[in-house]
Design a protein. Sequence first.
Lengths: 432, 82
Amino acid sequence: MPERGSRALSADIAIIGAGPAGIAAAVHAAGAGRSVVVLDAGPRPGGQIWRHRRREQLPRAARRWLERFDRSGAVLLPEASVVDAGAGTLLGAERHGRAVRVHAEAVVLATGAQELFLPFPGWTLPNVLGAGGAQALLKAGMDVRGKRIAVVGTGPLLLPVAAALSRAGANLRLVAEQAPAGRVLEFATSLWRTPGRLAQAAAYRAAFAGTRYRWGTWVTYVTQADGELHAAYTDGRSSWAEPVDLLCTASGLIPATELARHIGCVVEGGRVVVDDAQRTSVPQVYAAGEPTGNAGVDAALVEGAMAGLAAAGRESEARRFLAERDRHRRFADRTARAFRLREELRDRARPDTVVCRCEDVPLSALHPEWSARQAKLATRAGMGSCQGRVCGAALQHLFGMSADTVRVPVLPTPLGVLADLTDSMDDSQGAA
Amino acid sequence: MSAAIRILVNDTEREAPGDISLAAALLNLGYASFRASVTGEGRGPVCGMGTCFECRVAVDGVSGRRACLEPVRDGMRVTLDA
C-alpha cells in the first residue's frame, strides 16, 4: 500500500524534467552556485531520448552530459510526477504514493514532448502503438526478435526507430513515410549544410537496408482476425494489406505544455512562448527544450543551458547562446514544413472510430465546430485518465478544436496524496 | 540481462529479467492486452512513456499503475483487467 505522509523540500531552482534540457539547465544552474532539485517521472535521468537501462548503451555525448549532471550537485528526484504548481514556483508532486512539495525561487519547465496520435480505424487495437512508444519499450526491455513490424508515419523519428528495431532482431517489413518523395528529397538536399545529419540518416537507413522504405505511403486502417493484425496501406494510387505483429505509427511530436498552461504561461501555436533568456510570461518560470517547440536534442541542450543560467541570475551569459538557439529553431521549422501531414490522414477516421481512447467516444459523437471544452461536456471526450493528452491533441489537429484549460491535478493522483498536497500547499501559502 | 525474477500475473507465476519495465515484461510474456476499455475493448501500451494511460494495471493491489513507468520487482503481484 502507498505510504502516507508528505515530504517538503526547498531549493533555489526546481527543474521539471531530467531529459537533455533539464540536465543542461541543472548543470549550468548548479555551476553558478545555486541549489537545484530536478524532478522526473522516469527511474533514471536522460528523458525519452537518453532513456536507458545501462549507461554504456548511450552515445558518448549523452554519457558525458549524464556524468556532468552526476557531478553537478543537483539533487534528482526520480519517479516523481509533478501534478500541481501553485504560483508557478510551489510544486506538488506524487512519488511512490506519497506527496512531495517543492518550494523554489525559480522553476524551469523541461517537460519534453509527447507523440501525436491520430485516430484511424484500428488504432486502438493492442500491438498498434507509437513509434516513439516502441522505441521507449525497446529501451525498457521489449523483445522484438522475429516479430513482423511496420514503422509508418512521418518525420525524422521514423529512421532511428526502424534502425533500432531492426538491430534488435525484428523482422521489419515496411518503413513508410507519408510525405511525398519530392518534399523528402528537397529536405534531404537542404542537409548539405549539416553533413552530420545526412550521414546519420544514411547510417539509420543502412541498419534496415533489407526492408522496403517508401515515400508518399501511409496506413489507412488495421483489422484483427484470428488474433492476427492486418494493416492496410496506400500510396494514393494502389492499396494493399499485409499481416503484422506490431504496427508503429509516428505522426510527429507535440510540446508537453500541460504544466505551463496550468501555471498560466502564454502558449501560442502549441508552444510555450519564451524570450531571449528562456523566460516565460510568468515571473520566475522558465521553459527549455521541446515545450517551446519541437527542435530536438541539440536545441534542448542549448535552451536548457540558457534557462539554467538565466534562472541563476546570469542572463547575459545565457544570451550568448542566442544565435545558436535560433539556428536550431530555423532548422526545426524547415523539418516541420517538409514533414507536414497530408490531408488524407484526417479523412481516415470513420464515424465509429474511437477518438477518445479513455472514454471510448466515437468520431460520430463529436461535432467539428465544438471547442474541446464543449466536446468534453457533451461526450466525456478528454475526461479520462490521460486528461485529453491523446484525444485533445488529435482533435486539435483533425478539426482545429481549441484546447481545453488544464485542470489540477495534471495527472491522475491518489486521493491520499491529493489531500496531503492540498494541506501542505495551503499551509505554505497561509504562512507566506 | 540481469538475473530472472518472479512476478505473479493474474495469480500465475511468471519469470522476467529483473532490469526491465513491467510493460516490456508483460509484452514479452505474450500479454498484448493489459486492460479492458469502458466498452470492453482490449488495450495495450501505446506511448511507452506515461502519457496515454493505456497500459495501466493493478500492482500489489493498487490500481491504475502505468506499466511502462513501473520497473519489475521480484514478487510483484500484477492484475490485468482484460
